[in-house]
Every structure is written in C-alpha cells, then in structure tokens.
Design a protein around this ligand. Structure first.
Ligand SMILES: [Zn+2]
Length: 451
C-alpha cells in the first residue's frame, strides 16, 4: 500500500471559473494562480493552507527561488526528489507518523465533526471502528493536528499554540496570491516535521518551519480495508477505508516564546474563541468585531484585501463551535476611532437596553436579547462588510442594525396606550448603542477579557 501526498488527489479546490475538484498537491501548486483551497469546514482551509505555506517556505529555503507570478519550476524538481518523505504508508519513514505506538483508536478521532463513541444520539451517527474514512480525507485530518488539537484524557495535550487560538489569514481569490500575502518575514526557518522529528522543549525558541508543522499527536495509520461503505468525512465510496490508527500524546508542546504567524495576539496573549454555548450569547459572542482593531493594526497594505478569521470554541476537551468570517477590507475605510468602538460593541449594545422602565423585565429582556441576537448580528455583519469594502465605517449605519432588537423589545415589553408608556416605547425604540458609557467602563466586559 502506497499513498503519496504529492501525487494523490486529496486537496479540495475551486477554480476561478467556479469548478470544484479534488487534485494533487503538485497540480494545485502548478495551477496556484487559477484556484483557491475550498473546504466547507474552515478548519481544513486553515490547516491545509498552513501546510502548503510551510511547504513553500521549505522549497524557497532549499532552492533559493522566490514566488513571482508562478510557483518557481525548480520547486517541482526539488519536490520530485523528496517524494519518499510524503508517503502515508510503507516500511520507511511515513509522513507525520511515528512507530512504536500502542494506543489503538478509531481513525475518526482525527475529525472534530465526527463524534466518537458509539452513542446513537448524535445528529451525525458514527460507530468507533465501524465507520471508516477514505485516504484523501485522512490527509486533511492529519494536517489539523498541529492547529486544532485540545487537551483531553488520558494524557493528550494541545498543540504548540495551547488551546487553539483565533486564526486569521489573508484570503485572496487564488492560492498563489495567498502564499504571497501571507509570506512571513521570519529569518530562522529550521526544518519542517517531515524532515526532522520535533525536539524542542516548551521554553526553547522554535524555528518557524518546526513550529508550523509539529503535530499535537503521535500517529500511526493502520492499513485501509476493502469496504463498500461511505467515508465518514466526505461521503464518497472509494472502495477502501481506514478504520483505526495508533494515536498518542506528543507531550507538552505549548510554547510561550512561540508566536504563530496565523494566530491573533493582543498584548502578547493569543486570543481564543469564547464558548458561545456556555455564555448563552450565541451569535453575539463571536469575537471578530473586537479583533478587527488588533488585526488591522499589524497589517499595512495599500490594496483592498480579504481576510479569513476562524474561531474554534472549546470547553476543555469538548468541541463547542467553529465559526468563520471573511471580510474584504479597503485600507481607506479603516478609521481608528470606529475600530475602537467595534472593540466595545457588545458593551454598547447592552447599554441600549438599560432604560429604567425595562428593569422589571430582567429575565425576559435577557432571553429576548439572545433570541434576537442572531438576526441583529446578521444585519450588523452585512453592514460592516459593506462599510469595510467601500465608504468607510460610519457609526450611525452600524448602530442602526441594533434597531431590530430595540423595536421588538419596546413593543413586547411595554404594551398599552398611556402617553407615558408610548413615550418610553419611543425612547427605547430609537435608542442607539451608547459608546460613551461603554468607553468609560475599563477594559470592556469580563467576557471580552477572558481568553
Ligand atoms: Zn473521505
């Protein structure tokens, strides 16, 4: 059994003309100007792109040829010579795998969205060892290991970034441009994990390629088995599926001196997605708004740019949510004052509902606000996207998106026809987020600080 990452068609892409395909890594690199990586799960977009970027940095390091309007031809001849490093199977060194492991696990454990265990009460049913995954999908699962692993029993640990941070990458229309826009300026590259096994301690300074490619699990794949069943991850029926693997902790990798080129940091701390189920705030609680000022502060660009922000919310070892936002940003639209307001948006919205006549509806108010949250968020997001693309961020425009909530709350909570009630209703309906008050409150609310 052989399966080579350079040649097998595991990589999902979409061409500029809208045609989707699964192609090999070599084909994707040779047509990088005509296609973009395409996966429904944003985890795969981040993980696969990160792998291709690491691979490109490595090719540049070895050949000396930089990317221009195409991937340099010498990268392909170099990769052809390195082919044995990218084998998933065989008796020699295998790609991102280790020998001598003993802990047997279902291979579906590589996929966050496929539930483990034999619990029938999931929306997506799966049985450990009874449901398999095709080889193409397995590659994507392996590539998630450096980026989206969390701690758990028995002794599993998160990856080099600790509990997965919020990731942000430049996400233009094609892969070639994405490599150029995300190319880090770091000088100390070192070697990727497929060349040398990672051997840094948590206090070491880690070279870029080692840090980008170190998986948070030691893995050894068992052979695929003939099967008529569908792959648990993609639903295709390739005739062979892998059911199990050996899967163990890679030890403590979290490293305080490591700065991930994709993670969003604020005051030197990586920001994490908050647990939207635990806080009960649902769509209101995606932290991308407050991140914009942090993200844009570090970005200097003259042309319009598209960024992809991905937050993976976890509750200890449990996976809670994965969210994504793609924003097109025009440099002229960035106004530092508005970005600061966005940072305190959640507080500001809370203050719009602070009218004293609503005090007696405390619980009802909270539940109504969370019910209306997703719609308000959708309107807000649409306006924010338009603002960042064209005419600059205008505060009134954005704060108006809160009107859906204030209008419904004023009607639902203050029924009746007296002139006092009608006056209060009008006041609530027309109230807009109060930035002044939220700014006085030091450092935003407790939830924004938590990370
Ligand atoms: Zn599959």
């Amino acid at each position: 059994m052989m399966y080579n990452l350079l040649e097998q068609p595991w990589l999902s892409v979409i061409y500029n003309n809208g045609v989707a395909a699964r192609i090999s890594l070599i084909e994707a690199l040779s047509k990088a100007h005509q296609l973009q990586i395409a996966y429904p799960n944003p985890m795969d977009r981040i993980a696969v792109f990160r792998f291709i970027l690491a691979m490109s940095l490595w090719c540049k390091q070895k050949t000396g040829d930089p990317i221009k309007d195409r991937i340099p031809p010498r990268w392909f001849s170099y990769l052809a010579d390195q082919k044995p490093m990218f084998e998933l199977y065989g008796d020699d060194k295998r790609f991102m795998q280790s020998r001598g492991l003993i802990r047997l696990r279902p291979v579906t454990e590589l996929f966050h969205e496929v539930p483990t265990g034999n619990n029938a009460w999931h929306f997506h049913h799966s049985r450990d060892y009874g449901d398999g995954v095709c080889l193409h999908c397995i590659v994507n699962g392996i590539l998630r290991l450096p980026v989206f692993s969390v701690s758990g029993l028995p002794d599993l640990k998160s990856g080099i970034n600790g509990s997965p941070p919020i990731y942000c990458v430049n996400w233009p229309d094609n892969l070639l441009e994405a490599l150029i826009q995300n190319w880090p300026s770091e000088a100390n590259l070192g070697a990727p994990n497929w060349v040398y096994q990672y051997q840094f301690s948590p206090s070491d300074s880690v070279p870029l390629l080692a840090g980008l490619t170190v998986p948070a699990r030691l893995l050894f794949l068992n052979d695929p088995v003939e099967s008529k069943e569908a792959c648990s991850a993609c639903g295709e029926k390739p005739g062979h599926l892998v059911y199990s693997c050996l899967y163990e902790s890679a030890g403590i990798l979290e490293n305080q001196s490591w700065k991930d080129p994709f993670a969003v940091y604020k005051d030197d701390r990586a920001l994490k997605a908050s647990n939207i189920v635990g806080t009960g705030k649902l769509a209101f609680d995606m932290r991308y708004r407050g991140l914009l000022s942090t993200i844009l502060k570090d970005m200097s660009f003259e042309q319009s740019r598209s960024i992809l922000i991905v937050g993976f919310a976890v509750d200890k070892a449990k996976y809670v949510d994965i969210w994504e936002k793609t924003l097109q940003i025009e440099p002229l639209a960035i106004n530092p004052e508005i970005l600061e307001i966005l940072e305190h948006w959640n507080d500001s919205v809370k203050f719009t509902l602070n009218h004293k006549s609503l005090n007696r509806f405390k619980n009802f108010k909270a539940s109504l606000a969370s019910d209306l949250g997703p719609q308000t968020e959708a309107i807000f997001y649409k306006k924010l996207k338009a603002a960042l693309r064209s005419n600059g961020l205008v505060w009134d425009d954005l704060s108006d998106s809160n009107q859906l909530a204030t209008r419904i709350i004023s009607k639902a909570m203050l029924p009746g026809i007296s002139s006092k009630l009608s006056h209060e209703r009008f006041f609530i309906r027309s109230s807009i987020p109060k930035v002044q008050q939220s700014k006085q409150k030091k450092g935003g609310n407790a939830d924004e600080q938590q990370s």
